[in-house]
Write a protein that binds this ligand. Structure first.
Ligand code: C2O
Ligand code: CU
Length: 438
């Protein structure tokens, strides 16, 4: 058997840009800074490159990203590239690499194969490290993107600030059950900011839910908008709606506007019950759009955005059942598991073989199911047929509900994982790892 470091050296050397594309070098130092989540109030935050979120990493399909992560914290870290279909040894998790210890620099190098809205975040001591700010957006574009008047990225989060303005230490029973939902809602690292927008414009908004546990039922002042993408890039055609649910770690791409001069519009999360003790009975604001003078629009949203082939047509027998369960335990208060096992070791997956999995939630709370490194299609939700023509790496599985997914592993063998993306549930054992084999 080859060692992980051989596999790393090979993946490093094999990461070459497509013809005409380039190697994009990014330096990320991981360090503590004083950050103003709330204007005028200083909070010790942990950052990529001295800011929350970390710098937005931008690339074109076919580029190679070479990311040098220098750890200047007093504890180890690992960086995961959420949603990117890259080699296992570059995925950034504790199964495929040693943690980056204080003072050490680790280089991730991979070719980006897909356009879309992805993100990166710490994959070590996540309930502390993500909460303190170790996350950022990663945007990959292609040459023929739809033309809108602006292309903006909004990373949503919430933090729990104590009376000194510092991030509160992790809590016990309720927080280990619910996951942390903080008292301060953030967009791009600032509490409830104003977003300036010109009248008459249509903008593309890429939205990332980086919160530890909060579900965002996103509304833009109740106005109609169009969904054009999921976590795995564009969907076949725009879908008109007035709200979209973003589970933790999920992304959406929407087209908003046009609005009229002088309007102010609340970007907020609508009431949502995910089975937590702490409920949400009222809308809560993330930001306010302030609409200024009109500007000419060049927006042209095509009717067809992309072709996606269904992985499954007709009846299918699931290959695997993944049960999300919970119980009580000494270590975390509430313990979460998969198929009755914490940190479940699941069966291997063979490259090229259709995987149809039933993910069944045996608990009274929702869980966002996340598969590392591969996209899947959603075939059924709670026993009902679901439009499969969208790519996802994260899907909500509602309390006592179920989701049927389909995916095929392309040729990237190695150790992979799936888990609940509520960070406290992940920490309490609701995760599994498995090998992808040739
Ligand atoms: Cu977004 Cu295992 O992570
Ligand atoms: Cu969960």
């Amino acid at each position: 058997m080859r060692s992980v470091s051989d596999a790393y050296a090979q993946a490093f050397a094999e990461a070459q840009p497509d013809a005409g594309r380039s190697v994009v070098r990014v330096d990320l130092d991981v360090r503590e800074v004083e950050w103003e989540f709330v204007p005028g109030q200083h909070t010790r935050a942990w950052t990529f490159g001295g800011q929350v979120p970390g710098p937005t990493i931008e690339a074109q399909v076919g580029d190679v990203l070479e990311i040098h992560v220098a750890n200047r914290l007093a504890e180890p870290t690992v960086v995961h590239w959420h949603g990117l279909r890259i080699p296992a040894v570059m995925d950034g998790n504790e199964r495929v690499q040693n943690p980056i210890v204080p003072g050490e620099t680790f280089v991730y190098r991979f070719r980006v194969p897909d356009a879309g809205t992805f993100w990166y975040h710490s994959h070590f001591n996540e309930t502390v490290q993500l909460e303190r700010g170790l996350y950022g957006a990663l945007i990959v574009r292609v040459a023929d993107e739809p033309v809108l008047d602006a292309d903006r990225t909004f990373v949503l989060d919430d933090v729990e600030l104590d009376k000194n303005g510092e991030i509160a230490a992790p809590g016990w029973w309720i927080e280990s059950h619910d996951g942390r939902e903080g008292n301060t809602r953030l967009v791009n690292g600032r509490q409830e900011p104003e977003i300036q927008m010109a009248a008459g414009q249509m903008e593309r908004w890429r939205i990332v839910n980086a919160a530890s546990a909060r579900y965002v039922r996103l509304s833009v002042g109740g106005r109609p908008f169009q969904i054009i993408g999921t976590g795995g890039g564009l969907i076949p055609e725009p879908v008109a709606t007035t709200e979209v649910l973003l589970a933790p770690a999920d992304r959406t791409e929407i087209v908003v506007g046009p609005f009229a001069e002088g309007e102010t519009i609340r970007v907020e999360t609508l009431p949502f019950n995910r089975g937590s003790f702490k409920g949400h009975k009222k809308p809560e604001r993330f930001a306010t759009v302030v609409v200024g003078a009109a500007a000419p629009s060049k927006a042209q949203l095509p009717e067809r955005l992309r072709e996606i082939e269904p992985l499954v047509t007709g009846a299918v027998t699931p290959k695997r059942t993944v049960r999300l369960g919970f119980g009580l335990g000494m270590k975390h208060g509430v313990e979460f598991n998969i198929n009755h096992e914490q940190h479940h070791h699941d069966e291997p997956v063979r490259i090229g073989e259709l995987q149809v999995w039933d993910v069944i939630n045996r608990s009274p709370v929702h869980h966002p199911f996340h598969l590392h490194g591969y996209f899947f299609q959603v075939l059924e939700v709670n026993g009902k047929t679901h439009d499969p023509l969208a790519w996802h790496d994260t899907v909500n599985v509602s309390a006592f509900g179920s989701v049927r997914i389909a995916w095929v592993a392309d040729d990237r063998p190695g150790m992979w994982m799936y888990h609940c993306h509520i960070l406290e549930h992940h920490a309490a054992g609701m995760m599994a790892h498995f090998e992808v084999i040739r």
